[in-house]
Design a protein around this ligand. Structure first.
Ligand SMILES: [Zn+2]
Length: 414
């Protein structure tokens, strides 16, 4: 018989459940459900009940739950979800960063051996085991910061064989850690320098050769593409996404980072999310609002590149759904501190606490198509962060400096 384990956590000064919030549009802090002096009863990996600690205590005791008795002030939130990262990579691009800050252009950096191609070269040189190990290190750092679900993209392999190596490394890393890694195939990151043929030929080869293996081996259920004139044009990507859709993959897009256009492609193909959107204007915002595609802001990339933020306020006011992710990658977003970045985006874009927190919990879950997390509610995974404070507003106020006291992943303290 499978063993049943109950755990009871509390008393928690404020449990911010993030439950029952609308998926789209602006949010006010008053819309958040906050349970005072809360208790959370966990059965194995799921939340069984959440409510008043003192009301629930006798039952928890009678069923023999392990009591995690908290002494002091704590705020509980659902485990954070980072719905867009590139943490599987080799090498560093500190040299690019210095060159960019010295005023060198994208082309000058690329000519000196920098840019994405440098990461491709280093990632190709790294073994599968080494890539898995690097991914584990970065995912564990994220887990300490309360991020219990992490999307991870390939895209530094850029051939069938090397993309497979990356996705196998991500799968292997996922087996060795507590956090959940959600893999995405980004073979359409940039056109590979060493492929003989047009960009369309490359995409055709990937779709025909790589897609079936991803399905067979369960390596990824999400297909991403970078739509930009330095990467792939909207026209090039049509049959690639068509094929992905036919095969049942979820689609996500790197859209409108420097030039608008990718967001329309995302919506046309019913993408689950359109990420970046720094260059989105009124037209693109209107297209996103009228769709089910989640807008994902990546403030870490704006900080890394020194460019404007995604128009988060405008997106929310127009009625879009907004998630926020770190875009952690060696080039444009090397910091990888999700809570810091989300908090700072909040100050620049005038976002409520509810909007910032929803963007890294329930709305980020939706951006990954996950219905079992992102809220503290019965039936949800017991992914829980405890922050050492009595007031949830301290969390964004301290802009990432307030770190979790405890993190639970699927009911286990990690
Ligand atoms: Zn990205």
């Amino acid at each position: 018989m499978p063993t049943i384990k109950h755990t009871f956590i509390g008393p928690i000064r404020q449990a911010v459940t993030m439950a029952n919030l609308p998926l789209k549009g602006a949010l006010k802090d008053e819309q958040m459900e906050i349970i005072s002096e809360a208790g959370i009863l966990i059965k194995n990996d799921r939340i069984l009940q959440i409510g008043s600690y003192w009301d629930m205590y006798p039952e928890a005791q009678s069923i023999g739950a392990e009591i995690v008795n908290l002494k002091g002030d704590f705020v509980a939130l659902p485990g954070f979800i980072d719905c867009h990262t590139h943490i599987c990579f080799g090498g560093s691009r500190a040299k690019d960063y210095a060159m960019r800050n010295a005023g060198k252009t994208y082309l000058e950096i690329a000519k000196s051996g920098g840019g994405i191609w440098d990461t491709v070269t280093k990632t190709r040189k790294a073994s599968l085991e080494k890539l898995a190990q690097l991914t584990i290190q970065r995912a564990n750092r994220h887990l300490k910061d309360g991020i219990t679900t992490i999307e991870v993209k390939s895209g530094y392999g850029l051939s069938v064989e090397e993309e497979l190596k990356m996705l196998k490394a991500i799968k292997s890393a996922n087996e060795g850690i507590h956090a959940d890694l959600i893999p995405t195939c980004l073979a359409a990151h940039i056109p590979p320098k060493d492929f003989e043929g047009t960009n369309r030929d490359y995409l055709k080869a990937i779709a025909e050769e790589l897609f079936p293996i991803l399905k067979e081996e369960g390596l990824a259920n999400r297909i991403d593409a970078f739509i930009e004139d330095t990467a792939f044009m909207s026209e090039d990507i049509q049959s690639y996404f068509q094929k992905a859709k036919e095969m049942g993959f979820d689609i996500t897009v790197h859209a409108d980072q420097f030039y608008a256009g990718g967001s329309k492609v995302a919506v046309d193909f019913g993408a689950i999310s359109a990420d970046h959107l720094e260059a989105s204007g009124e037209k693109e915002i209107a297209i996103l609002v009228a769709s089910d595609t989640i807008a994902v802001a990546l403030p870490g990339a704006s900080m890394g590149l020194g460019v404007a933020y995604t128009p988060a306020r405008k997106l929310l006011d127009a009625g879009a759904s907004l998630a926020i992710a770190s875009d952690w990658n060696p080039g444009s977003a090397p910091m990888g501190d999700l809570l810091m970045q989300a908090s700072v985006l909040g100050t620049f874009e005038k976002l409520s606490n509810a909007e910032v927190l929803a963007a890294i919990t329930c709305r980020a879950a939706a951006a990954l198509g996950l219905q079992d997390r992102g809220q503290l509610n019965p039936g949800m995974l017991a992914d829980i962060i405890l922050f050492p404070t009595s007031d949830y507003r301290e969390i964004t106020y301290q802009q990432g400096r307030l770190k979790p006291f405890k993190v639970f992943k699927k009911g286990i303290e990690v």
